[in-house]
Design a binder for this molecule. Structure first.
Ligand SMILES: Nc1nc2c(ncn2[C@@H]2O[C@H](COP(=O)(O)OP(=O)(O)O)[C@@H](O)[C@H]2O)c(=O)[nH]1
Ligand SMILES: [Mg+2]
Length: 707
């Protein structure tokens, strides 16, 4: 395999809504370059990019795939991504290592669902970007309307480079505004004829060409001067201006193609070769140490692992970008995160599942390496004389949580191990054992993502599993003060037990005054692991209970607080004053006082108007204006309190507080109410009392389950 030098490597990522044609375009780009001699199709389950069995089953991309093509002495690395927002983790990692984002717009629909979500990742890094209008051959293609939607969403930086001729079923032409040529395709597509622009298009083409010249001049003072002098710019000068504009995230060029009919991708690749920035043209990489690391061939050797795949029968494949220097077979590198030494036994250029061995890769290039022992996604590998960590990829927060159970209990132990492997491959799948809920909780981006996890567990790891709704971590507390006492006395056989306590139990709140009417001897403030406090006062007068028994009483209370009297949930925010009692010279001991403390507390708690509290989340729901009503109605059925609504461009931002118990499958239902046009964020806000009818039901269910 040929080694390309750093000036001749371009890294692009294909982004866009599902079914816009990313995978088809990737296939076409390989075919155009002669790297494959037959084009596969997504439905034919034979594309280079969608090679996983689950992708064949679902006929869509689920994983990001690294491929490459070669166009006029340049190597273009292509990362094809899934469009569904359940798999946005793959977008996050791919955008991170790409140098140009190629955003596909389905010309049938214009800007679609989930676009903002993807765009946020581009914007975050100000990545050079271009738009490609695909499916111009489709009978429903509407270039003008799609263009309008792109302009209104992405603003003045969108820059028309081409427009289509004979859009729709007879699509066969592109007017190129940079070259001022008419590209005419035969019905089979492929290499077009380059013709003069037809007379009938001249006015329009001239006008748009002039706009393009201005756009190219805008980004650089010298070009601006040149433009004022000459009244125009030549092609090279325009390319220079566009390149600067792209690098500064101020020009988003627009191209026209039909990926399916193999029309226009060659011209687009030519532009990527000549104008799109390569890794060495873009800003230095930031390290976690806060330093800049230049993308330089003579710099120290630094690799950044952006993706990990665990292939059955093959082992772990790590995908990396050469951030600086060059990597060769046989190199020994140090993992910045854990100090382990990794040897590069083989290096690959990747085309889907096809591995092309290569001896070295230079700065900017993307590649794969097999069987690294201690290296995961987001790790940095460093050569001698340097030890830096590249700023990690920030993966999105999980949106959906489910408890996982093995159908066969002998598989219980394997669950964690397999989930760990799945997490290595996809960091947006997380899992955690909740000792509170006594459930293993798996978190994903949505229902489809969860279905993929289930598929992998069953098909790859042969584990039969089910997902069930996680329990809600309720809390219990009280609402009034109760004064109570309990005598624990046991005299059957042997040594007896005796302990008697008097206590006041009341709700605790931050900043409340010290209790009155008691004699405070000692105060303990306990920050409970599960939130809230227990404040415990020893108010014993005249030594009626030995000080050494007070910790036992407190322990008894704590034990009850760990398993609340109403539903077995944790108790929080109570204050207890132990102010009287009795002990027995022989029969009193720690256990007796622990039991007395526990029972007195339980008795008081039940009389103190106890309340079940539920976790409430703060929701930010971003929704297109016309769907506001539907989303609000749905939120209201979920017992939400609407805190406010703000306008955000064409969107409305609803801020609400919603009980966690009501957020079951919210991702899915919001998607179906809005056809995926809304997004949301949630975070824990507070614990709040549940309504009386729900309290009754919870207590009833708990008592039922106890019997
Ligand atoms: N008419 C037409 N269909 C296309 C074009 N590109 C892709 N498609 C079809 O759109 C569907 C989705 O394509 P795919 O490449 O899987 O889209 P992706 O989800 O963006 O990767 C497939 O059935 C393709 O055949 C195109 O240029 N024109
Ligand atoms: Mg795809």
């Amino acid at each position: 395999m040929k080694v390309f030098d750093e000036k001749h490597i371009k890294n692009i990522v294909l982004l866009g809504s599902p079914k816009s044609g990313k995978t088809t375009l990737a296939e076409t780009m390989l075919f155009e370059a002669g790297l494959i001699n037959r084009r596969g199709t997504v439905t034919g389950k034979n594309t280079v990019s969608d090679y996983h069995e689950i992708e064949h089953e679902r006929e869509c991309s689920i994983y990001s795939t690294l491929l490459h093509t070669e166009w006029r002495n340049y190597k273009i690395n292509i990362i094809d991504t899934p469009g569904l927002d359940d798999f946005v983790g793959e977008v996050a990692s791919s955008v991170r290592v790409a140098d140009t984002c190629v955003f596909l717009i389905n010309a049938q629909h214009g800007v679609e669902v989930g676009t903002e979500l993807i765009w946020n990742y581009i914007d975050q890094f100000n990545k050079p970007s271009m738009f490609v209008f695909n499916q111009l051959d489709h009978p429903k293609s509407n270039f003008e309307a799609s263009l309008e939607s792109v302009k209104s969403q992405f603003g003045a930086a969108t820059t028309l480079m081409q427009y289509p001729l004979n859009e729709g079923e007879g699509f066969n032409g592109i007017i190129d505004l940079l070259k001022m040529k008419y590209y005419k395709f035969s019905p089979q597509g492929g290499k077009p004829e380059k013709l003069p622009i037809p007379e009938s298009e001249m006015d329009k083409a001239n006008k748009l060409h002039n706009e393009l010249v201005e756009k190219a001049a805008e980004n650089d003072e010298n070009l601006m001067e040149l433009y004022f002098e000459k009244g125009t710019l030549n092609e090279d000068e325009m390319k220079e201006g566009l390149k600067i504009g792209m690098r500064n995230h101020q020009v988003f060029p627009i191209f026209c193609i039909s990926a399916k009919n193999d029309m226009g991708s060659g011209r687009m690749m030519g532009f990527i070769d000549n104008v799109a920035p390569s890794a060495i043209d873009i800003k230095p990489e930031l390290t976690v140490e806060g330093e800049e690391l230049a993308h330089s061939i003579t710099g120290p050797e630094v690799l950044f692992v952006y993706k990990t795949a665990i292939e059955p029968n093959l082992g772990k494949m790590s995908f990396f970008k050469v951030i600086s220097g060059q990597v060769k077979v046989g190199d020994e590198l140090i993992n910045h995160q854990n100090g382990q030494i990794e040897r590069i036994n083989q290096l690959f250029m990747m085309d889907g599942h096809k591995r092309n061995p290569i001896n070295k890769l230079v700065v900017g290039d993307l590649g794969g390496v097999l069987k690294l022992k201690s290296t995961d996604t987001n790790h940095t590998l460093c050569g001698k004389n340097i030890n830096v960590g590249v700023e990690p990829i920030e993966f999105p927060e999980p949106k959906m949580h489910m408890a996982i159970i093995a159908k066969n209990s002998s598989d219980d132990d394997k669950l964690g191990e397999v989930l760990n492997k799945i997490h290595q491959e996809d960091q947006t799948v997380t899992y955690e054992y909740s000792s509170e809920l006594k459930q293993l909780i798996v978190s994903t981006q949505g229902e489809l993502h969860l279905a993929v996890v289930q598929w992998i567990m069953e098909h790859v790891y042969k584990l039969n599993i089910a997902f069930v709704k996680p329990k809600i971590p309720y809390r219990e507390t009280i609402q009034k003060m109760v004064d109570t006492s309990y005598k624990h006395k046991k005299q059957s056989g042997g040594a007896g037990q005796f302990g008697e306590v008097y206590m006041k139990v009341e709700p605790y709140y931050e900043g409340m005054p010290e209790p009155t009417g008691v004699n405070i001897r000692h105060k303990d403030i306990i920050d409970l692991e599960w939130g809230g406090k227990l404040v415990f006062y020893n108010c014993i007068v005249g030594g009626v209970i030995d000080a050494r028994f007070l910790p036992s009483i407190q322990k008894g209370i704590m034990e009850k607080m760990e398993e609340g009297p109403l539903t077995g949930s944790y108790v929080r925010d109570v204050r207890v004053m132990v102010y009287d009692g009795k002990m027995h010279a022989v029969d009193s001991n720690d256990i007796a006082f622990k039991i007395a403390g526990m029972r007195a507390f339980k008795q008081a708690f039940i009389q103190a108007n106890p309340k079940i509290l539920e976790p409430v989340n703060e929701l930010d729901v971003l929704v297109p204006e016309e769907l506001l009503g539907d989303v609000m109605t749905d939120l209201q059925t979920r017992r939400s309190t609407i805190m406010g609504i703000e306008a955000k461009g064409q969107y409305q931002l609803i801020k609400a507080k919603t009980p966690l118990a009501e957020l079951d499958r919210y991702t899915t239902s919001l998607r179906s109410i809005t056809q995926g046009r809304a997004s949301f964020k949630k975070r824990f806000a507070e614990y709040a009392p549940v309504p009386p009818n729900i309290q009754e039901k919870l207590i009833h269910d708990y008592n039922g389950s106890e019997n």
